[in-house]
Design a protein. Sequence first.
Length: 339
Amino acid sequence: MILPAQLFWICSIAILGLVLLVLIEIHRSNDRRENAEMFGTKDFENKVEERGLTPKEIRTMEKLVRASKFENKDAVLNSSHLFEAAVCDFYDFRDVDKVRDETLDAITGLREKLAFDAANPLTVIVCTRQFNVGNRVDILFDGGAKLKHSEILSRREKYWKVSYDDSFGPGKSYVGKEVRIRWTRPEDAVYSAYVKVMDSEPGKLVLRHSNDLEKQQLRRWLREIVNFPVEVTLADGSKISGVLYDLSAGGILIGLPQEYPGGTHVHIHFELPSFGPEDVEIEILRSLGHKNSDYPELFSMTASFTGAFGWTQERVLQYIFEVNKRKKAKEMAENTLTS
């Protein structure tokens, strides 16, 4: 007859044996990943040669591959998404704060050399490390305060710095707290994430990176119906008044008292709610005739932004984002009341 104490020891020994077997298998698996030749090695070697990577960059890429969960060695060269996933795994495994600066610099160089940062319009954005110096982000603080168009002043692998002018209190008061950042990529999406404020410097906030970006496709809100008064300055300097019917990422629908042929360039001035005055050049594309029944005397014309319109485009995108966000919140509130 087996006594309870003996049964306890038998079970304990069996469990310890299973744990030992699991640890041995994990060790073997890690050893295979670190030393054995992986699937896709030849493709990996061909691709790094084509891209002209330096020996240091190749060694760093090897580290990323070995730390990743991918079976194919060349996976990290195939897309920015897979590259950033490998970088994230590597930093989690090694602790980004303990990784040598030369390795961090090599990873930054790889991202740029492989065109996996936001400078490439075709790159999939999944991490704030892909943002570029000079990009501008909105910073949303607790209580609804929002600092618009804060410039990214520097970007390292461990942190990034954005401009801050103490508009909403001393920067040091946010150290250790989370803020929400939001970046608009024209004709793509609005990216946002919660990031921790690591430190503050004169005119700057130092932020942690985030691999958990929320993406809101802009094409859902490509065009927003509006009804804004607009002042138009013609080529000869004369001015006429009209109405802005809708806004999109690339252009507008405008109503004017006289018709203009496609290719005509004029300047328009209008107020964008919560963003202020906008002055931008447009090119008339085509006339749709007297289309708007609310303004039967005006000619409806499609037009595209032209000239230096980057800032106007970004503010229009932010405006469309805010309007649709409020619409969605209102719909959710109404659904809650009726359910």
